[in-house]
Design a protein around this ligand. Structure first.
Ligand code: GLC
Length: 440
C-alpha cells in the first residue's frame, strides 16, 4: 500500500480517487453567442437582449448517448454537467422558474437525457449548480452582475431579497437530487466574499451566509448521503478544485497541512462554454501531460467540453477527446487506481511517476523520450519485471552498475538502468510499467 492518507471527507471519495478522470460539460444559452459563458456580464447584456438566445435555443443535434460514448472512450469515469450556470438558465424541467429549456425550442429535459445516457454507459453523474444567478429577480446586483452599471442598480437592489433566492436554490437542489436517481457529485460555483476596491460602496460580495450554505449542504446530504460536494460554497466539504492552473505538489489543507482530495478542472481552450473564435487550444502532448501530472500528484482531472448550441461536440473538442481515447485505451492502468509515487521514488528528468494504490506497480511516464538508457534512482533490487505499458513488451534492465557502455557515467549502486529501444514507440506518451518486488 502507498502511505498517503488524506483529510477525512463527509462524502464517499473512495471511488473518486480511484477513477481519477472526469468530463466537465458547460452547456447553456451562452453556447449561442459562442463567446464565453460570462458573455452576459462581460458585455452587460440586458435581459431583453439576452432573451433572443432563449427564444432560439434549439439543440436539434443533441444526442446524449453520443456524448456519453465519447466520454467513456476517452477514459472518463464520471461527468459533471452545468444544470444552471451564472446566466440562470435551467437545463431541466424545474417548477421554480419559467427560465428553463422546456420552454425553448429545445422542448425537452436536457438534464434527464444526460443522466440517463451517462448512467447507461456506466459513468457516475455529477451536477454543477451555479450559486450565482444573473437572471433571478431576487439575486442582488454586485460587481460581477450584468446590471452593475445601470443607473438604477442601487435602487433595484433595495427590493431584492437574498433569502428568497437562497430558498429558490434549496428548492432547485431538492428537485435535482430527488428526481434523477443517484447523483454522485454536486458542484457548486462560487463564492466571492471580497469585493474589489473599485466596486461601488453598496455592492457586497457573496459567501456562505448569503447562500445559506449550511442549510443547502445539509439538504443535499440528507437527499443523497455519500454525495461528493466541492468547497465553493465557502464551507469545506469533500474536494478542493484548483481551476485553470496545475498544482505542482499535492494540494494541502491551508490550516492543518494535511493532504486533501483534489480535482483540477481544465479546458481544452481558454473558455468553458463553447467559444467559436477561441484559438488557444491545447495540443495533444499537453492534454496528456495534464492528466499524468495531476495523478502523479494525487489528484483528479475534470476536463471540460463546451458543446455547440446545436448540441454536439465540435471537431476540435472531438479531436481532443480522441487524444485521450487513443492513449487511455492502452495506458489507463497508470491512471486508474493510481496516485503519487512514494517519496523514495524520485522520477528522472522529464519523467513522471504514478504508483498503484496497492504499491505493487510503478509507472514511469516518459515526457521526453531519452536515448537508449535511463537510470532510475533508488530502484536497484526492487524491480521484478519491466515492460512498456502500451504493448506489454519487455524492457531489459540492469541492477546497479551498467555494462561497459556506462563507463565514465556518474552511477550509483542504487540506480537501476533501463535499456530502451532507440526509436520512440508510436504512442504519444510512452509509459514503462515496473512491477515491484513484494516487500520482504
Ligand atoms: C468559474 C467560472 C466559470 C466556470 C467555473 C469552472 O468559477 O465562473 O465560468 O464554470 O469556474 O470551474
Amino acid at each position: 500500500m502507498t502511505s498517503y492518507i488524506t483529510r477525512k471527507t463527509p462524502g464517499d471519495t473512495a471511488w473518486f480517487t480511484r477513477d481519477r478522470f472526469g468530463m466537465f460539460i458547460h452547456w447553456g444559452l451562452y453556447a449561442m453567442p459562442a463567446r464565453h459563458e460570462w458573455v452576459k456580464t462581460r458585455e452587460r447584456i440586458s435581459e431583453e437582449k439576452y432573451d433572443k438566445y432563449f427564444e432560439h435555443f434549439d439543440p436539434d443535434l443533441f444526442d446524449a448517448r453520443e456524448w456519453a460514448r465519447q466520454a467513456k472512450a476517452a477514459g472518463m469515469k464520471y461527468a459533471v454537467l452545468t444544470t444552471k450556470h451564472h446566466e440562470g438558465f435551467c437545463m431541466w424541467d424545474t417548477q421554480y422558474t419559467d427560465y428553463k429549456c422546456t420552454n425553448t425550442p429545445a422542448g425537452r429535459d436536457l438534464v434527464r437525457e444526460y443522466v440517463d445516457a451517462f448512467r447507461a454507459e456506466g459513468l457516475r453523474i455529477g451536477f454543477y449548480y451555479s450559486l450565482i444567478d444573473w437572471h433571478h429577480p431576487e439575486f442582488p446586483i454586485d460587481h460581477l452582475h450584468p446590471r452593475r452599471d445601470d443607473e438604477n442598480a442601487e435602487a433595484l437592489n433595495k427590493t431584492r431579497d437574498m433569502h428568497k433566492y437562497a430558498e429558490y436554490m434549496r428548492n432547485q437542489v431538492t428537485e435535482l437530487l430527488t428526481n434523477y436517481g443517484k447523483i454522485d457529485i454536486l458542484w457548486f460555483d462560487f463564492s466571492y466574499s471580497e469585493v474589489p476596491a473599485d466596486a461601488k460602496p453598496w455592492m457586497k460580495g457573496k459567501g456562505k451566509n448569503d447562500w445559506e450554505a449550511e442549510k443547502l449542504i445539509a439538504l443535499a446530504r440528507r437527499l443523497q448521503p455519500g454525495i461528493i460536494i466541492d468547497n465553493r460554497t465557502e464551507i469545506e466539504q469533500d474536494i478542493w478544485t484548483p481551476e485553470q492552473f496545475q498544482p505542482t505538489e499535492w494540494v494541502k489543507h491551508p490550516e492543518t497541512g494535511e493532504l486533501v482530495v483534489w480535482e483540477a478542472c481544465q479546458t481544452f481552450s481558454g473558455s468553458w462554454g463553447y467559444y467559436r473564435d477561441e484559438q488557444t487550444w491545447k495540443n495533444p502532448e499537453m492534454l496528456l501531460r495534464m492528466l499524468v501530472n495531476t495523478v502523479s500528484l494525487g489528484g483528479n482531472l475534470l476536463m471540460n467540453v463546451g458543446p455547440t448550441s446545436r448540441g454536439y461536440f465540435d471537431a476540435r473538442a472531438q479531436a481532443a477527446l480522441k487524444v485521450y481515447a487513443d492513449w487511455m485505451k492502452f495506458n489507463s492502468r497508470s491512471i486508474y487506481g493510481c496516485t503519487m509515487a512514494e517519496p523514495e521514488f524520485v522520477a528522472p528528468v522529464d519523467c513522471r511517476y504514478t504508483q498503484s494504490a496497492d504499491g505493487s506497480r510503478l509507472y514511469l511516464h516518459l515526457f521526453a523520450y531519452p536515448f537508449a538508457h535511463l537510470q532510475l534512482k533508488g530502484l536497484t533490487d526492487k524491480v521484478e519485471y519491466a515492460q512498456f505499458l502500451h504493448d506489454g513488451s519487455e524492457i531489459l534492465f540492469t541492477d546497479g552498475k551498467m555494462d561497459h557502455f556506462g563507463e565514465g557515467l556518474p552511477q550509483s549502486p542504487d540506480d537501476l538502468t533501463l535499456y530502451l529501444p532507440p526509436v520512440k514507440p508510436s504512442t504519444l506518451l510512452p509509459v514503462v510499467e515496473l512491477f515491484l518486488k513484494a516487500e520482504p
